[in-house]
Design a protein around this ligand. Structure first.
Ligand SMILES: [Mg+2]
Length: 292
């Protein structure tokens, strides 16, 4: 194995509207035969990823909550010592978890410590609860339950004015936190991003396999940029709802970012096949059989 694929989920491997992954299903089978890992890197939670990776038949590690933690199946990494010499690996049943920031409780306390400065201007995810989150997001109760189950950060639903939100964000920064503003929610967490998680996991596989690995990364949004800048072969997946995010090439990138013509998983399928051909790995079924 000399190639690893790191991928965003929503709008990238999954269709923006239907969440379908059908256009990539055949290619995912070929990639498994070639033992090329496809690593989901997402803003989703551990609880959201577990059913999703079953659905795409993935046994690979995955990265949750925007790079806050890497989850490694024990089937692939039976010993914690295969991951780290230190003791910072958490045992989570069938998985090991390597996190890159303090846990959710830490961020909840931090937010709580400044709550009086912003009276009645926000509710946290935990204050909203499953029903509240379902109401403001439009998720079903079942989906909201998985989304609320966060481990490494706390989203804040802001109901105050924009100027006070600025103030809130600078107070969090003063206290050592980081804020990421989405549509309705501002996420409070540590200094994490998808790029750091990619580099850590790539290094782990290089150590495990004793050889250098080429990384392909695919994403459709601004929160994927750090991941694309950390990858050797960056791919911007076209979105049906927004312009491609701005991208500046880095020394990690061996080629400029490819921007797909097709959106979502259709674009994914074309881009990965093209890059594997360029790198010298073939994916047609006949060639897969001949190679192994
Ligand atoms: Mg996305």
């Amino acid at each position: 194995m000399e190639v690893m694929i790191f991928t965003d989920m929503d709008g990238t491997l999954l269709d923006h509207y239907s969440y379908s992954h059908k256009p990539v299903d055949e290619l995912l089978v070929d990639l498994r035969k070639l033992t090329i890992p496809v690593i989901p890197i997402t803003s989703k939670t551990f609880s959201e990823l577990i059913p999703l990776r079953l659905e795409i038949k993935s046994a690979c590690p995955f990265v949750i909550e925007n790079g806050a933690a890497v989850v490694l199946p024990k089937a692939a990494f039976p010993l914690a010592s295969m991951i780290s010499k230190g003791d910072d690996i958490e045992d989570a049943g069938d998985y090991w978890i390597k996190s890159f920031c303090p846990n959710r409780h830490y961020w909840q306390s931090l937010i709580f410590s400044i709550k009086d400065e912003f009276p009645c201007q926000f509710s946290t995810f935990s204050e909203l609860g499953v029903e509240g989150v379902a109401e403001v997001t439009g998720l079903s109760l079942g989906q909201a339950e998985l989304a609320v189950d966060r481990q490494y950060g706390e989203p804040v639903y802001w109901t105050g004015n924009a100027k006070d939100l600025e103030k809130f964000c600078s107070r969090i920064t003063e206290l050592g936190g980081f804020t990421l503003r989405g549509g309705r929610f501002t996420h409070v967490s540590g200094n994490v991003d998808k790029g750091k998680a990619l580099l850590w996991l790539k290094k782990l596989y290089e150590k495990k396999n004793g050889k250098q690995i080429k990384s392909i990364a695919l994403g459709d949004s601004g929160n994927d940029i750090a991941m694309l800048q950390a990858a050797n072969f960056p791919v911007i997946i076209r979105s049906p709802v927004h312009e491609p995010p701005l991208f500046q090439q880095t020394e990690n990138n061996r080629v400029p970012a490819m921007i797909t013509s097709a959106t979502g998983p259709e674009g994914w399928d074309v881009a990965v096949k093209e890059l594997l051909k360029m790198i010298g790995v073939m994916t047609s079924p006949k060639e897969v059989n001949n190679d192994g």
